[in-house]
Design a protein around this ligand. Structure first.
Ligand SMILES: Nc1ncnc2c1ncn2[C@@H]1O[C@H](COP(=O)(O)OP(=O)(O)OP(=O)(O)O)[C@@H](O)[C@H]1O
Length: 290
């Protein structure tokens, strides 16, 4: 059964409407993924050529449609090469938002194991952050609720020890051989230290150095919450889903980590980097005019 609607001389079926809605959603997701990067300009270029190609074909302009058709054919391969990092990110987003990406779900399905709650005592993380921030020691902590992040853990040194304030402070002590890089915290344990995180390729405010860029990059690639202690200012920030919250109080940090670990959706509370930049600009303008 396929219901048909008539709008003037146009006939649209339910399937057409679903098709158009899905394509619009897909294009919006691709736009969101590429927004702020150079790739968006290339993507819009491809899209315009494709639209011209469709129009030319509809008007049966054969010579032009053959030329543009050839270009589109080669263009698909070129797009795969040019957009390789974005395609990877897109697949990662699909993978991480799927319920099957949760390692606990696999364990449950395969071994009939009861799902464990990933909430654990976060006081050591907060106390260590307080101490590190007070002594201007930089730190980068990746908190994961549903994955051991083996791939990233293996880029550093595996530790697999129960978290404690002393352990975290020792790791991030400037003289410790483990201080360079990030720690991965999962299920109440420091899984690894000295881990290398993917650095974001987006434009970020100049004040954010490599530590913050790595935190944002990791939050784009995985469903984790990343805590950053700035070595320069001692300020504490959290990154989630490519967004960041800067200069947080310890109470706010506690609430965010607790919410994240108990499965509350906190993504909406984070500021996209573009908004962060705008607010900062407004803030500095009002400060200079007052
Ligand atoms: N890709 C990465 N993965 C993990 N850790 C990283 C990565 N890149 C940088 N770091 C960490 O960040 C440190 C450098 O921080 P940098 O001063 O450039 O950043 P920042 O964002 O300005 O932070 P801060 O405010 O602490 O100065 C490095 O010593 C290293 O420990």
């Amino acid at each position: 059964m396929n219901l048909l609607f008539k709008i003037g001389f146009l006939e649209i079926s339910i399937v057409n409407i679903i098709d158009i809605t899905l394509v619009s959603l897909l294009l919006y997701q691709v736009y969101k993924l590429l927004r702020g990067s150079v790739a968006i300009k290339i993507f819009l270029g491809f899209l315009s050529i494709y639209l011209v190609y469709l129009m030319v074909s509809a008007f049966r302009m054969e010579l032009l449609s053959i030329i543009l058709g050839q270009f589109m054919g080669v263009g698909v391969i070129a797009a795969i090469i040019i957009f390789a990092p974005e395609i990877r990110k897109f697949l990662l987003i699909i993978g991480r938002s799927s319920i099957l990406s949760n390692e606990n779900v696999w364990q449950e399905l395969l071994f009939w194991r009861k799902r464990e709650t990933q909430a654990f005592n976060i006081n050591p993380i907060l106390e260590a952050s307080k101490s590190l921030s007070g002594t201007n020691m930089g730190a980068l902590m990746v908190i994961s609720r549903n994955s051991e992040l083996k791939f990233y853990a293996e880029s550093g040194d595996i530790i697999d020890a129960i978290i404690s304030k002393r352990l975290l402070i020792s790791i991030f002590n400037k003289y410790s051989p483990l201080h360079d890089g990030a720690v991965i915290i999962y299920n109440g344990k420091v899984k690894a230290a000295r881990c290398i995180l993917p650095v974001t390729e987006r434009d970020v405010p100049a004040q954010f150095g490599l530590r913050h860029r790595a935190a944002i990059g990791m939050s784009e690639a995985t469903d984790t919450l990343i805590l950053i202690v700035s070595e320069e200012t001692g300020q504490i920030s959290l990154a989630k889903n490519g967004k960041i919250l800067h200069n947080l109080s310890f109470q706010e940090v506690r609430e965010f980590i607790n919410d994240y670990l108990t499965g509350v959706d906190i993504d909406e509370k984070f500021e996209p980097i573009t908004i962060y930049e705008r607010n900062r600009y407004r803030g500095s303008r009002s400060a200079s005019t007052s």
